[in-house]
Design a protein around this ligand. Structure first.
Ligand code: SIN
Length: 282
C-alpha cells in the first residue's frame, strides 16, 4: 500500500509498522487521518515516536477515529475521564496491568475499535508490548477447525481482572480501579469475527475475558480454549514494540491481541490509554 503523506516501516513480518512524517500534536487534515486509518487496517498496529502529547491532544487525535469511551472499572484522569493511567511504580512487586494476551474490554457488548496508548514514563529496559495478528491465527487453522469455530459463540466476562476476587483486588495498587459484581455479567461474542472494515475473519477469543463456550461448561471448554489461546499467540503472528518516552501505539482491537511484558522490576512505567468505541462483533 502506498501513502501520500505518511511513511510506514514494518517492524515484523506479521504486523506492526512505525509511522513517520506526522505529528499527532497538529490538527491533521482529513486526508492524513484517512491514511493513518488505512495504515491501521494494513498493519493492525501502528507506532509513532517522539510525540509530545498533552492529555487533550491525545484525546483530540483519538477522537478523529470515533467517539471515546470510559473504562467500566478503571477511573480516568480527573479532568479527562476518557484517559486511564496504566502505571506500575518502581516499588511495586506485583502483576502488571495488561500482562496476559488479551483484546481490550471484550466483556462489553461492543468492545473498543482500538486504543491509543501513549508513554509518559518508560523503564530503562523491559516493559515492551507484544501484539499478535488474529487474522493469521484464524487463517492458519485447518479448514475443519475453521468450519467448526465459524459457528461457535463464546462467553466473555470481566470477572478475572475486575470481579470482587479478581486480579485488581491484589494488584495494580496505583491505578484507580473499582472491582465490582458488575464484572460477573456475561456477554456473548462469535469465536470468529468478521472485521467490519476489511471483511477478513479473525479469531476472537482471549485469555483475560473469554471464560467458556456458549452452552458448554468451563471444564468442557478448557481444552479447546487453551489450544486457541496458545495458537493465537504463536511467535510467527507477533511483533514486539520497544517503548521510548513520547511514543504512541494505536492498535486495532478487532484484529490483534496484545500483552504488556512484566520484566522491569524496580523501575517505573506509566502510560496513558484511550479507547475508541467499537461495534458489535459479527
Ligand atoms: C493494556 O493492556 O492496555 C496495556 C498495555 C501496555 O501497558 O503495554
Amino acid at each position: 500500500m502506498s501513502y501520500n503523506t505518511i511513511t510506514t516501516t514494518p517492524i515484523s513480518g506479521a504486523l506492526g509498522a512505525e509511522i513517520t512524517g506526522v505529528s499527532l500534536v497538529d490538527h491533521l487534515s482529513d486526508g492524513v487521518i484517512a491514511e493513518i486509518r488505512q495504515a491501521l487496517l494494513d498493519h493492525l498496529v501502528i507506532f509513532f515516536r517522539d510525540q509530545q502529547l498533552t492529555p487533550p491532544q491525545q484525546i483530540a487525535f483519538a477522537k478523529r477515529f470515533g467517539p471515546l469511551e470510559e473504562h467500566d472499572f478503571v477511573k480516568g484522569l480527573p479532568d479527562h475521564p476518557e484517559i486511564i493511567r496504566v502505571v506500575r511504580e518502581a516499588d511495586e512487586d506485583s502483576l502488571n496491568f495488561g500482562g496476559a494476551w488479551h483484546t481490550d474490554v471484550t466483556h462489553q457488548e461492543c468492545p473498543a475499535l482500538g486504543s491509543v496508548l501513549y508513554s509518559i514514563d518508560v523503564p530503562p529496559h523491559g516493559g515492551d508490548t507484544l501484539f499478535a495478528n488474529q487474522y493469521l491465527a484464524y487463517e492458519t487453522l485447518s479448514p475443519g477447525m475453521q468450519r467448526m469455530l465459524d459457528g461457535m459463540t463464546a462467553i466473555h466476562t470481566a470477572e478475572g481482572p475486575f470481579g470482587p476476587n479478581g486480579r485488581a483486588a491484589t494488584n495494580w495498587k496505583n491505578m484507580q480501579i473499582e472491582t465490582s459484581e458488575k464484572a460477573l455479567e456475561e456477554m456473548e461474542h462469535p469465536v470468529v469475527r468478521t472485521h467490519p472494515e476489511t471483511g477478513r475473519k479473525a479469531l476472537f477469543v482471549n485469555k483475560t475475558f473469554t471464560v467458556r463456550f456458549k452452552d458448554v461448561t468451563a471444564l468442557e471448554s478448557a481444552p479447546l480454549l487453551d489450544y486457541l489461546f496458545h495458537h493465537a499467540s504463536h511467535e510467527q503472528f507477533t511483533c514486539r514494540f520497544r517503548w521510548t518516552k513520547g511514543a504512541a501505539a494505536f492498535w486495532d482491537n478487532r484484529s490483534v491481541l496484545h500483552y504488556a511484558l512484566n520484566d522491569y522490576s524496580g523501575h517505573r512505567r506509566e502510560m496513558h490509554r484511550v479507547a475508541i468505541s467499537g461495534d458489535r462483533p459479527v
